[in-house]
Design a protein around this ligand. Structure first.
Ligand code: FAD
Ligand code: 2HG
Ligand code: ZN
Length: 484
């Protein structure tokens, strides 16, 4: 563990933070701050003089004002589930005053639920699963859903514009947000908690902070959109003969009832093999192993929507057309959860199965089969014995084009090839008109790709926005934007 004890000159600063936030608001002991200094994937280890835990917007503002005065960098942190090292402080602080992690974990209140306007106003530290639960308790739905929902927080989800499993129906986190409260890098506060679906009053500043990954300010609260609760669901796991068949099945469901598809997820045979080998109790409820699988989840807010009938009808037609070879329909909530578990445990299974390189890429939906085939072939050619593990949000054209290490390689040797692997996959993605980061963001991992992919006027405009809002460069340095 690195030495995280405060340098002598930080002692007066820490005293000021303690005076602002009280004893619960400042973590300083190495063991207490250690979990905040490493990312979920274990790729990055940082250091910080302290972890600040403000409990209100006023406290966040006071912390930021103090940091700005002393040139201290701030690394905003929610659930610390970033896949790209976005919430991890630098190993050596670039800011003159050092750096602090600012955790939103104590700002976890639900300020208001309004079932007339179908909105929920919550603080940034509210965990997503709790937001879903509160919405359900009010007979509504907050539809954002992803594997990290038990840990990820609203502020982090908005700051990465998280996608997840339901984007195909409800959009990304951005589309689920109506208003924001944000503390700017000088400590001033934008009070933008408006709940207006229509609000064209100049630059839509709220959208600037969504996907900004903590580089422009700190989101302290948000107005989220609610939807009618699902009254009927139907879920199936299907074995399909090819990537093209998976896409054809997606189109079949969309043509049958566009509004019914809540999620459409692709999994490979290799990925499902890793899940069943490493996750206790994970069993594929089909006759025989397959090379390709899809999970189809239908939902409707209307009772008597006939989703079971729809599911069976579409699958029957797809079986006849040879697009599906086997399918299991969930007969109970437990079976539905078991099918979803096979999908959601992919990240954990990959972690347990050794080193992996992640490529969170997107292409037009029609190009997904070609992406999977060509990128898998490119990876195998680059590293013989490596195992492509493509999975994810096929309905959005977002595939996690991940690569598991060859079984006889060391993790270190494999990870040393990370950038070659990402380059090989990205070459295919570029050719197909896609993006090198679909939903996880840039963080620290992908800053060096920005110039190539977003260079010229686009990157230049981003830099000018950053300089205008954060002239001292204290907000999450080293993330999102490459060094000038
Ligand atoms: P953190 O990791 O703490 O932070 C993420 C970024 O946001 C950092 O740059 C941080 O500085 C910044 N930030 C955090 N809070 C604030 C704030 N209040 N104000 C300003 N900046 C802030 N992502 C998807 O899009 N789809 C998925 O399906 C998905 N599945 C996942 C599954 C697993 C198992 C894991 C570990 C991660 C997954 N992720 C997924 C990645 C991750 O982006 C999301 O979990 C989530 O968006 C991060 O939320 P968090 O609270 O953990 O944020
Ligand atoms: C998911 O869809 C997440 O499960 C994580 O975005 C993807 O582990 C990954 O690469
Ligand atoms: Zn994902």
């Amino acid at each position: 563990m690195p030495d995280t004890s405060p340098a002598p000159e930080t002692a007066p600063l820490l005293a000021e933070f303690r005076a602002l936030l009280g004893p619960l608001g400042v973590l300083e002991a190495p063991a207490d701050i250690a979990p905040h200094l490493q990312d979920w994937r274990g790729l990055y280890q940082g250091q910080a003089m302290a972890v600040l835990r403000p409990a209100s917007t006023e406290e966040v503002s006071a912390c930021v004002t103090l940091c700005a005065r002393h040139g201290i960098a701030i690394i905003p942190q929610g659930g610390n589930t970033s896949m790209v090292g976005g919430a991890t402080p630098e190993a050596r602080p670039s800011a003159p005053g050092g750096q602090v992690v600012l955790s939103l974990m104590r700002m976890n209140r639900v300020r208001e639920v309004d079932t007339a306007d179908m909105t929920m106003t919550v603080e940034a530290g509210l965990v997503l699963a709790r937001a879903q639960q509160v919405a359900a308790e009010h007979g509504t739905l907050f539809p954002l859903s992803l594997g990290a929902e038990g840990t990820a927080m609203i502020g982090g989800l908005l700051s990465t514009n998280a996608g997840g499993n339901t984007t195909v129906r409800y959009g990304n986190a951005r589309e689920l947000m109506l208003g924001l409260e944000v503390v700017l890098p000088d400590g001033s506060v934008i009070h933008g908690l408006r709940r207006l679906p229509k609000d064209n009053t100049g630059y839509a500043l709220r959208h600037l902070f969504v996907g900004a990954e903590g580089t422009l300010g700190i989101i302290t609260a948000a107005v989220l959109r609610l939807f009618p609760a699902a009254r009927e669901t139907a879920t199936a796991l299907c074995a399909v003969p090819s990537e093209d068949a998976a896409l054809a099945l997606f189109r079949r469901f969309r043509a049958a009832d566009e509004g019914a598809v809540r999620a459409f997820e692709y999994m490979s045979g290799i990925g499902m093999g890793l899940v069943t080998a490493t996750i206790e109790g994970a069993v594929i409820p089909l006759q025989a192993p397959a090379e390709h699988y899809v999970l189809v989840d239908l939902s409707a807010s209307r009772e008597g929507a006939g989703l079971r009938h729809l599911m069976e009808g579409v699958l029957e037609a797809a079986l006849e057309a040879g697009e599906v070879t086997d399918a299991a329909l969930a007969e109970s909530e437990a079976q539905r959860a078991a099918i979803w578990r096979l999908r959601e445990e992919h990240p954990e299974a990959q972690k347990r199965a050794g080193a992996s390189v992640k490529n969170d890429v997107s292409v037009p939906v029609s190009a997904v089969p070609e992406l999977i085939r060509r990128a898998s072939a490119a990876c195998r050619a680059l590293i013989p014995g490596s195992r492509p593990v493509p999975f994810g949000h096929m309905g959005d054209g977002n595939i996690h084009m991940n690569l598991a290490q060859p079984e006889d390689w060391s993790a270190a040797d494999f990870l040393a090839r990370s950038h070659d692997i990402m380059d090989a996959v990205n070459a295919v993605v570029r050719d197909l008109g896609g993006s090198f980061s679909a939903e996880h963001g840039i963080g620290r991992l992908k800053t060096d790709m920005m110039a190539e992919w977003r260079g010229g006027a686009e990157l230049d405009a981003m830099r000018r926005i950053k300089a205008a809002l954060d002239p001292q460069g204290i907000m999450n340095p080293g993330k999102l934007l490459p060094d000038a």
